[in-house]
Design a protein around this ligand. Structure first.
Ligand code: FAD
Length: 397
């Protein structure tokens, strides 16, 4: 079967569905190819997302896409705790219904979704991209002016378009998670983040509350942590802090985190995990998936209208100077954590106890927190020379 379209979106996760919705609402013919036979078939996620991003990119969302609203955050460092208020700031989604909702919005805007269609080949000819895929064992050829690579952490689109998307083990969080009944152990809907250099090497663990006293309990460690595997570490944490929690499901996955040299090629735009844009510190990737998809679509739309797709690298500049700006700051903190291992957390936690305990997180900007930490934690102060341009922009903005 052969199809011609203005835009081919590869992958129908949050990034793909959002890009498809934006471009279809601009009047372009949009085809989404999703390899699975259902949207949201293979979700690997703790489902946390902040409300401002949802409101900004998606708008109002149906109540059933929200599993739990978060008003409080607890940060635990080996039994000591910092408590933050975060009224109305975040939610734990029902990712299946949320991703389906994003797909409905894309289709309502006019995008066509082809399920069970895995894209396996991409070639540029006469200023057009020719994608090959399979659907029910039959081959499918799709010709498109623009390709949006929204195919997640295992992305193939970037590589096929000549973009270096390689990641080393140190550039990923290796994650695992269980869904468990924590009744009697949960803290009235508080979100728990736990730090411990030995148990959660180069990362952290979480317990995100769901409805009916259930929770997503998991951890992400750096991919080259060595020693015990992620699931062994999680089992240890569960038996230490959630004894008796009834586990009903287990998942494992990775979150790639890397500042890639390029996230575009002429007529190709990588978004979300395919562009390795998750927050380097938290591993949260849904927000960057939504915002990068919106930006890439806006730029693709303008370039399509002007027939100037050779200028697609405008997207790279716009991302790293705009919404992606915080990536660099947070990558700095992640690198400092990894490099200093046991030396960093004690002073950082002490700073958090003094400056954050009992406060409302909305009162603090990310810039303020980073500057405060650099001033107070000598290890960070020494390493700050590596991000002088970023710091200058923060101080003199
Ligand atoms: C254990 C764990 C917990 C996490 N918790 C959180 C959290 O609490 N909050 C948060 O913000 N982030 C979290 N993340 C990260 C988050 O899940 C991802 O960053 C997010 O899903 C990225 O969205 P995406 O649209 O870029 O990619 P994906 O959601 O991965 O979607 C990619 C889509 O592309 C499809 N696809 C792939 N290849 C092809 C192909 N060749 N052809 C056609 N289709 C293809 C896939 O089937 C999939 O549907 C977590 C990740 C893990 C592993």
């Amino acid at each position: 079967m052969k199809t011609k379209t203005d835009v081919l979106v590869v992958g129908c996760g949050p990034a793909g569905a959002t890009a498809a919705r934006y471009l279809a609402s601009e009047g372009f013919k949009v085809v989404i190819a999703e390899r699975n036979s259902a949207v949201a078939q293979d979700i690997r996620c703790a489902e946390g997302l902040d409300m401002p991003t949802i409101k900004d990119v998606v708008g109002e969302i149906p109540e059933n896409t929200i599993s739990c609203r978060i008003d409080r955050i607890i940060i635990d460092y080996k039994g000591e705790r910092v408590r933050l208020n975060a009224p109305g700031h975040g939610v734990i989604l029902n990712r299946v219904l949320f991703d389906q909702h994003l797909s409905y919005l894309a289709m309502r805007a006019g995008a066509e979704l082809i399920l069970g269609c895995c894209i396996t080949d991409l070639e540029r000819k006469d200023d057009l991209w020719r994608a090959k895929g399979t659907k029910n064992g039959e081959s499918l050829d799709i010709e498109a002016k623009v390709v949006i690579g929204a195919d997640g952490p295992e992305s193939v689109v970037g590589k096929m378009a000549g973009i270096d998307t390689s990641v080393l083990p140190k550039d990923i969080y290796s994650c695992c998670e269980v869904r468990a009944d924590v009744s009697g152990m949960d803290e009235n809907g508080a979100l728990l983040l736990a730090l411990d250099e030995e148990l959660f090497t180069g990362g952290y663990a979480w317990s995100f509350p769901k409805e009916n006293h259930a929770a997503n309990i998991g951890l992400g460690i750096r991919g080259d942590a060595g020693g015990k595997r992620a699931f062994e570490r999680l089992a240890e944490w569960l038996s230490r802090d959630f004894k008796g929690a009834g586990v009903v499901s287990e998942i494992a996955g990775v979150v790639p985190v890397k500042k890639m040299e390029k996230i575009s090629a002429p007529g190709v735009f990588l978004v979300g995990d395919a562009a390795r844009l998750a927050d380097p510190l938290s591993g949260g990737g849904i927000g960057p998936a939504l915002t990068s998809a919106r930006l890439a679509s806006e730029i693709a739309s303008k370039l399509l209208k002007k027939d100037k797709l050779e200028d697609s690298n405008i997207y790279d500049k716009a991302w790293w100077h705009g919404e992606g700006r915080q990536f660099e700051q947070r990558l700095f903190l992640r690198n400092a954590y990894i490099a200093n291992d046991k030396k960093l957390l004690p002073p950082v936690f002490e700073w958090a106890q003094k400056n954050l305990d009992g406060k409302n997180i909305v009162e603090f900007s990310a810039d303020e927190m980073l500057l405060g930490l650099i001033k107070s934690v000598p290890v960070l102060f020494k390493m700050a020379s590596s991000i002088v341009p970023t710091l200058m922009k923060m101080v003199f903005k």
